[in-house]
Structure formats: C-alpha cells, structure tokens
Design a protein around this ligand. Structure first.
Ligand SMILES: *Cc1c(COP(=O)(O)O)cnc(C)c1O
Length: 383
C-alpha cells in the first residue's frame, strides 16, 4: 500500500507566497533584506530577546554558537547523546570533545541531576536540547553553569514558541538556536536562527554570520566600508526564505493551536492503551508550556516498535523513530573516547515512535492513525 498519511507535510497558513513574490519584486532576494529584518524583529519583540539573527539552519546557528564559545582542543561540552547530530557536530567542528549525559525517563531531556558529575576542569559549556518542545530543567542547568563558569547554548530547534516557567525557550541560556526546517513547527524549508541573550556576544555573532566581515555594521552606516575582521562563513539565508518564514511566524498561534488539538485527539483516542500500560506518551511538567512539536509513544521494546512501524506502513501511514544515540554512532565509536553508561538513552531510543504530526493533518487522519495503533495492539493481545 502506498503511504497516504505521511509523517510530515509542509504547510502554507498565511501570506507566505505573497511575501516571497514581494521579496523578489522588491529587488532584494539575497540575505539581510527587509524580510530578514522583519522576521528577526517579529521574534525579538515576541520572545523579548536581546537579538535574533536568521541563519541558513539550526545547524549553522549551533556552529556560530560554538565559535562564540571559543573552544580550544580538549575542551569539553556536556550534552545528551539522545539528540540530533548537529548539536554534537558544532562542538566537534571546533575541536571540542562531546561528553554525553543520560536523559530523564519522563521528559527525555538531559538529566540535570547527572550534569555535575560529568564536569571536569576542561568543561566549557552545556548544550541542552529541549526535546519535543518540552523544556529542560533550565533553573538547575543555569545554576550549575554559573557555579562552574560554563556557557549554556540551548538547542531549541524543536522548542520555538514553547516556554519554561513563562520564559520562551531559546532566551534562557547565553545563546539559543532555532530550526525552521520543513519538519519543525514553523518552517521555510531550511532555516534557523541564533538567539543572543548575552549582549557581549552580539557584535562578534554578526561578524561570524557575515563571512567574517563587518558588513552588518556597514549596512547600518556605522562604518564606511566593510572588510575581513574575523573568521566566519556564509550563514545568512536568502530574503526569499525569510519572506516565507514571516508568513509562518505571523501565524504561530494558529499553527500551535491546531497542533495542540491534534495532540489532544491522539491522547484521547489512545487512552485505552495508555490506561492498560501498553504504551506511554509524553510527560509535560506543569511548569512547561509545550508547542506540540511531536506526538510520540513508547512501545514495550524494539521488537514491538518495529512490528508497529510495519503495521502502520501496511495501512498507508508513515511513522518514524529517532535517534540512534550519538554515543553508539560509528563516528563516536571510532574515536574511542571513554563513554559513560546511558541506560535511559539506550532504552528510549529502542522504544520511541513518532506518529504523523503536521498542521494540515485532519481529524479523520488522526482517527485513522489512532485506529491503526489500536488495531495493532488488539491483534497482538489476541495473537
Ligand atoms: C532539527 C534539529 C536540528 C537541526 O536543525 P536544522 O535546521 O535542520 O539544521 C538540531 N537539533 C535538533 C534537536 C533538531 O531537532
């Protein structure tokens, strides 16, 4: 059977296409044009952030953040192994060594109670990721960082428009990184942003993002020519992409409301399985305001998850799993670093399954997916 309910689908919810046309017609399709400034301003105002710079991806925002951390060889960065490779690569590209800490079994976020034991004299930074748009325990993380003089870079790729104790994710650490990849809540296909919360980092961030030049100051008329002043790379997205993104950012409430509805529907329809302890779903602590980035369930074991994916696929529904934990990846294994035991990471990575979740998913689609999951478990119980 062909897939008729995909895992993810990009959406158009407002004026995205009109804005893209305006970006081209206005004669400024390259980076840092009017739509880039509009997207940045919209987020700065909304999130109360010191400074937000659009980037070509969250990966590139993480790379700028790692450059700003000024790592030297042998410096260590603490992060979960249960994350996307970009979080670790940013540090590794700068010569730093990733030190993996296990995750909490409830939110699947880095377990803040295990961070302190992983700190050594070489530790320079903590890169927490807000998994599924549910916040890490940032109070504890910031307190540990302060006590040990560490920088905190939030990987808020999945956490745009979600909050921790009333504060927007990405605005709590020294820096935060957002993703506007197709699979994220608000998207322009490929895109990202660097949130700068420590004013001391702002000037250099602009330069690194602009290929190592002071072009941003030039555009503001602060210098009369622009030139090479530091290292850097091409991290500025096209204004056409920024234009599409503005259309999405203007509709953050609308997109989040629909995703929340889908989340509640899945939860309601799958309640019998949850009540019988056959599956578990996400736990959201009361002080965390989620953005409904994903709907996942935890199966009993790897064998059950594999069978469920195949069952759903046979019903024309695409479900996916992630992550292959970074500590068990070929790249990390080849480096022969001492690795701590990460039992929760190993366990969760074998059992987690993500169900379709996107703005245009209809109530009927949700009912069909949930019915298929229920069908799988009822056949399994009989069998
Ligand atoms: C999606 C994602 C990224 C990468 O985002 P890109 O914009 O595709 O570079 C990084 N970290 C996490 C946790 C992600 O989910």
């Amino acid at each position: 059977m062909t897939i008729h309910i995909p895992f993810n689908k990009p959406c158009i919810v407002g004026s995205e296409l009109i804005y893209v046309g305006q970006a081209v017609a206005g004669g400024h399709a390259s980076g840092d044009g009017p739509f880039t400034r509009r997207a940045q301003k919209l987020m700065e105002d909304r999130f109360g952030a010191q400074r937000i710079l659009l980037t070509t991806s969250c990966t590139s925002a993480l790379e700028i953040a790692a450059l700003l951390c000024d790592f030297g060889p042998g410096d260590e960065v603490i992060l979960p192994s249960y994350t996307f490779v970009a979080t670790a690569n940013a540090a590794v590209l700068r010569g730093a060594t990733p030190v993996f800490v296990d995750i909490r079994p409830d939110t699947l976020n880095i377990d803040e109670r295990l961070i302190e034991a992983a700190i050594t004299p070489r530790t320079r930074a903590i890169f927490p990721i807000h998994y599924a748009g549910v916040a890490c325990e940032m109070d504890a993380i910031m307190e540990i960082a302060e006590r040990h003089g560490l920088l905190v870079v939030e990987d808020a790729a999945q956490g745009v428009f979600a909050k921790y104790k009333g504060q927007w994710l990405g605005t709590i650490g020294h820096m935060g990184c957002y993703s506007f990849h197709e699979t994220k809540n608000f998207s322009c296909g490929e895109g990202g942003a660097l949130v700068i919360n420590d004013p001391k980092l702002e000037k250099r961030a602009e330069i690194l993002r602009e290929k190592g030049t002071n072009r941003s100051q030039f555009l503001r008329g602060q210098v009369d020519k622009y030139t090479w002043v530091d290292v850097g790379s091409s991290y500025v997205p096209s204004d056409m992409l920024a234009a599409f993104l503005v259309g999405q950012l203007e509709n953050m409430e609308k997109i989040t409301a629909r995703r929340g509805e889908i989340d509640r529907r899945y939860t309601m329809l799958l309640a019998p399985l949850i009540e019988h302890g056959l599956i578990q779903i996400a736990h959201v602590p009361l002080h965390c305001t989620p953005n409904y980035h994903m709907f996942y369930l935890l199966a009993a074991d790897l064998e059950e998850r594999t069978a469920l994916i195949a069952y759903l696929r046979a019903a024309g529904i695409l479900s996916v799993f992630h992550y292959v934990p970074l500590h068990s990846s070929p790249f990390m294994k080849a480096r022969n670093l001492p690795l701590a035991d990460l039992p929760v990471t190993d366990d969760i990575s074998r059992r987690l399954l993500r169900l379709p979740m996107y703005f245009d998913l209809t109530d009927r689609d949700v009912a069909e997916v949930a019915a298929a999951v229920l069908g799988f478990y009822s056949e399994r119980m009989v069998g």
